[in-house]
Design a protein around this ligand. Structure first.
Ligand SMILES: *Cc1c(COP(=O)(O)O)cnc(C)c1O
Length: 224
């Protein structure tokens, strides 16, 4: 049964995760039952890439889990995102920051946010460029309804997770600089990096949120 596979996947993954590191289930395309199974098995942070896909699941499950937005967010979706998510990992522009601030003010809610860093400087990827992060952080810091809590990065996709290491290291470096940059309202504590094939390297480079999809939701192949 699927829920049994998920329970076994969670168990074997959690053995591999040091204390203090949060496993977030990347739940895109998964059914309500699969998401319920992963929560049942002990994963309480769930990430979605699309607001519309997340909304019915969040409404069905509610506060048994902490809901993270991990996909690119357009400012015209800021309202639904603000209403549904507990944390937005993919803030990357002033336009989006302003839209989220407006919606969170309306909801009288303070939203924890991470800045997504385009650590690979990829032209087709979202995220702020490394040199843009500090200015964006300062602007977020001046707002009443957003609280900067850290950074997120994807990095370029590689077969060999070692190839991801420099991008994780770059992002950790930006994180460390932000910690000594004199932000007053920020509460820097999250570094979200690493996926099914790269979470070990990410943790070695300082990640304390790892975003895992395949390894939680799919039957293990013999060679993994
Ligand atoms: C799908 C996804 C993941 C997880 O990827 P897997 O390789 O399936 O573990 C992590 N982060 C984001 C932003 C994703 O979209």
């Amino acid at each position: 049964m699927l829920s049994q596979i998920i329970a076994e996947n969670v168990k074997s993954l959690l053995k591999d995760i040091p204390e203090g590191v949060v496993v977030l289930a990347a739940a895109k395309t998964r059914t309500l039952k699969e998401v319920e199974a992963v929560i049942q098995a002990g994963v309480s942070h769930i990430g979605y890439n699309y607001v519309q896909e997340a909304q019915p699941i969040i409404q069905a499950i509610g506060d048994q889990a902490t809901w993270h937005m991990i996909g690119h967010l357009q400012s015209n979706k800021a309202k639904t995102a603000a209403e549904n998510f507990d944390l937005i990992e993919t803030v990357d522009s002033w336009k989006l920051v302003q839209a989220l601030e407006r919606e969170c003010a309306r909801l009288n809610k303070t939203m924890p946010v991470l800045i997504e860093v385009n650590s690979g400087r990829e032209a087709n990827k979202s995220g702020a460029l490394p040199e843009e992060v500090e200015a964006l952080a300062e602007r977020i810091d001046s707002l009443a309804h957003l609280r900067l809590e850290g950074l997120m990065t994807m990095g370029p996709a590689f077969g060999d997770p070692e190839d991801s290491r420099p991008f994780f290291r770059t992002t950790h470096g930006i994180y460390t600089r932000l910690q000594s940059s004199g932000l007053t309202n920020a509460r820097l504590r999250w570094l979200s990096m690493g996926m099914s094939n790269s979470y070990r390297v990410a943790i070695e480079e300082g990640a304390n949120i790892v975003r895992i999809g395949t390894r939680l939701f799919e039957p293990r192949r013999k060679d993994t």
